[in-house]
Design a protein around this ligand. Structure first.
Ligand code: FAD
Ligand code: NAD
Length: 467
């Protein structure tokens, strides 16, 4: 007799949410985590701590740049980085403690130790002291997540040449932070330190930042981050990063092939993340990874071995916490015999700079590539009363709708609270709303959400009201 219905390896947002749903559905569930704390990348060294530092640094930035205009006179504020990092850690600790509570409440058995396959129905948990125990199970769900990737010629010494994990606990504000990779991590953590006074230089291989998002967002975000003082080296091919003592030197070729050199005191390498399956013993379960290290799965997220499933960063698709969560729920329900569904096109993506960038559905570039006839509606944030009242003038909403049917195909927002505003677009698109549907719905005044309504009016037949 198997001891468990399900063993889940990895307690990130994929794994722990999956455990909760399995328990809700009446399965005897075990969760295996190699670290002493639950929550994975997202809670410990990802989403939550980065947002804590983004919020703290934005408060500082506002105190320096905007309080006076608001009529708040204070002595020149100073950064207390140690306190900022301490608060961040408290937020992390409270959040991970919440996961412990949820596991207990739902009677999920938690095992701390490295999980590895003995066979397709047995998972060994090896503790730090070398002792181990074997869990017998009917199903296994692999939710082992990802780790930062690097470039072959870069040595991450984790002191001066660092990943996001170290950037979340620096002991000093860098004088000059060089960032390799102008994607989400580079821009979020780059803006944290730019706000705290660092010179920040972003070296990006592609010809625009956040290259997978709609190009209008790349352009607008670069404009606002430049105002913050960040420098951009686009279309640059990094060739070398060397660190000596307290200094770091980066060499890259510019788009014309001319070598440039940057000198700084820290270099953040943020060129993506790679799936993590080290020491998992996949071979004992008959599973092999693809050329990018990901575990191949079918449409039910089942691996090539029946009864073993994989979710989150360790499989294909966007490396996002909410994508991992959806997959965790999906697999639990599949195992329970239900028929869940995930529309991957409607998983939103957010960059938590200020202003934030948020998107769902297709970009203009994707629609052009697909030959899909579409129309564009847009509306600038600065035309809103709410934006002027709060001094958040940057950004716009861009709505892409089918040329014939007016169905919304993509929404791209850069502006204050875009991360929250995108939820309206997700709902609209889940229900296959047209731009006119949204434009005829009342949006509270004055709110940032009015920009969505106005952009939809613009998409419907160019009849935005407040411009
Ligand atoms: P993970 O969260 O990586 O969890 C995997 C867990 O498995 C880990 O705890 C690991 O220790 C454990 N594990 C691995 N192997 C074993 C083993 N053999 N035995 C036992 N345990 C094992 N996403 C967002 O959606 N929004 C954000 O704002 C956001 N911000 C981010 C900021 C940063 C700096 C980073 C690095 C990432 C951010 N992400 C964000 C991405 C997000 O963190 C990941 O997409 C998400 O954590 C993936 O969840 P997961 O459950 O697949 O894996
Ligand atoms: P990313 O894929 O977002 O960005 C990597 C960037 O590095 C890209 O712009 C890429 O063109 C560039 N790049 C690649 N090779 C390069 C080279 N040789 N030289 C210069 N630039 C190079 O990856 P990331 O920022 O490291 O983040 C990793 C993952 O974590 C992402 O998949 C992201 O989804 C997730 N994450 C999400 C959030 C969020 O949702 N807000 C925040 C942080 C991280």
């Amino acid at each position: 007799m198997a001891k468990y219905d399900v063993v889940i390896i990895g307690s990130g947002p994929g794994g722990y949410v999956c455990a909760l749903r399995c328990a809700q559905l009446g399965m005897k569930t075990a969760l295996v985590e190699k670290y002493p704390v639950l929550g994975g990348t997202c809670l410990n060294v990802g989403c939550i701590p980065s947002k804590a530092l983004l919020d703290s640094s934005e408060h500082f930035h506002n105190a320096v740049e905007n309080f006076k205009e608001h009529g708040i006179d204070i002595p020149a504020p100073k950064v207390n980085l140690a306190q900022m990092i301490k608060r961040k850690q408290e937020v992390v600790d409270q959040t991970t403690a919440g996961i412990d509570f949820l596991m207990k409440k739902n009677k999920v058995d938690v095992f701390h130790g490295m999980g590895s396959f003995v066979s397709k129905n047995q998972v060994k948990v090896t503790r730090g002291d070398g002792s181990n125990e074997v869990l017998d199970t009917v199903k296994v769900i692999i939710a082992t997540g990802s780790k930062p990737s690097s470039l072959p010629f870069i040595t991450l010494n984790k002191e001066r040449v660092i990943t996001s994990t170290e950037a979340l606990k620096l002991k000093e504000v860098p004088k000059h932070l060089i960032v390799v990779g102008g994607g989400v991590i580079g821009l979020e953590l780059g803006s944290v330190y730019a706000r705290l006074g660092s010179e920040v230089s972003v070296v990006e291989y592609m010809d625009r930042i956040i290259p997978t998002m709609d190009s209008t967002m790349s352009k607008e975000l670069q404009k606002v981050l430049k105002k913050l003082g960040m420098k951009f080296y686009l279309g640059h091919k990094v060739k070398a990063v060397a660190s000596k003592g307290k200094s770091v030197t980066l060499k890259a070729d510019d788009p014309k092939g001319t070598e440039i050199e940057l000198k700084g005191d820290y270099c953040l390498v943020s060129v993506g993340r790679k799936p993590y399956t080290d020491n998992l013993g996949l071979e004992n379960a008959g599973i092999s990874v693809d050329e990018r290290g990901r575990i191949p799965v079918d449409e039910k997220l089942q691996t090539g071995t029946p009864g073993i499933y994989a979710i989150g960063d360790v499989i294909k698709g966007a490396m996002l916490a909410h994508k991992a969560e959806e997959e965790g729920v999906f697999v639990a329900e599949v195992i329970a015999g239900q028929h869940p569904h995930i529309d991957y096109n409607l998983i939103p993506g957010v960059v938590y700079t200020w202003p934030e960038v948020a998107a769902v559905g297709k970009t203009e570039e994707q629609l052009k590539d697909e030959g899909h006839a579409f129309k564009v509606g847009s509306f600038p944030m600065r035309a809103l009363g709410r934006s002027r009242a709060s001094m958040n003038l940057d950004g716009l909403v861009k709505v892409l709708a089918d040329k014939e049917t007016d169905e919304i195909l993509g929404v791209h927002i850069i502006g204050a609270r875009a991360a929250d505003l995108i939820a309206e677009a997700v709902v609209a698109m889940e229900f296959r709303a047209s731009a006119e549907d949204i434009s005829r719905m009342s949006h509270a005044h004055p709110t940032f959400a009015e920009a969505m309504k106005e952009a939809c009016l613009d998409a419907t037949d160019k009849r935005a009201l407040h411009i």
